[in-house]
Each structure stands twice: as C-alpha cells, then as structure tokens.
Design a protein around this ligand. Structure first.
Ligand SMILES: [Zn+2]
Ligand SMILES: [Zn+2]
Length: 92
C-alpha cells in the first residue's frame, strides 16, 4: 500500500495535514481528477500559507503544472496540442 506523502517535501502529514491539490484548478479541476493530476501537499507549509507554498509561489505552481502536463501526455499518449485542447494551454 502506498503511504501518502507530500509531493514537494516528502513529509507524511503527521505535523501538518496533507491536502489534495488539483494541479489544474477552476474549470479544469474535474479533468485534473479524471486524469489523476492531483497531488498531496502539506496544508500550511507546501500548499497554502508559506512563501514557498504553491498557492503563494508562481514558480512552484508553474513547475507543478509542467510536471502535470508531462504526466498527462505520457500516460494518455497525448501530444502538446492534445494537451492544449484538453486544458486550454501548454505549460512546457
Ligand atoms: Zn491547491
Ligand atoms: Zn510538504
């Protein structure tokens, strides 16, 4: 069985509970769910509040989106254009 770990720092959520973060939010949230583009992140430290948390840090957010796009392209056999059609833009 896979133990849940923070995607960014590897902590297990004992101190700071893990949240599920949809890599592509808003209108693409459902598609993120469908294609498994969801990661666990420490609630404060890596997800919401810290300076380096993805919702506070455009670079971190962008890196995660790039990772999500590459994962989707690999797993679904999509080209960059296929991805753009599904998620509105390319993050590569
Ligand atoms: Zn989030
Ligand atoms: Zn973390």
């Amino acid at each position: 069985m896979d133990e849940k770990r923070c995607f960014l720092c590897g902590r297990n959520g004992a101190q700071d509970p893990l949240d599920r973060h949809h890599i592509f939010p808003g209108p693409y949230r459902k598609k993120s769910e469908r294609y498994g583009l969801v990661v666990y992140l420490c609630h404060s430290r890596c997800h919401i509040f810290a300076k380096t948390a993805v919702h506070n840090n455009a670079l971190k957010m962008r890196q995660l989106q790039r990772y999500g796009q590459l994962k989707a392209m690999r797993e679904q056999g999509w080209t960059e254009d296929d991805f753009r059609r599904e998620f509105g833009k390319s993050y590569l």
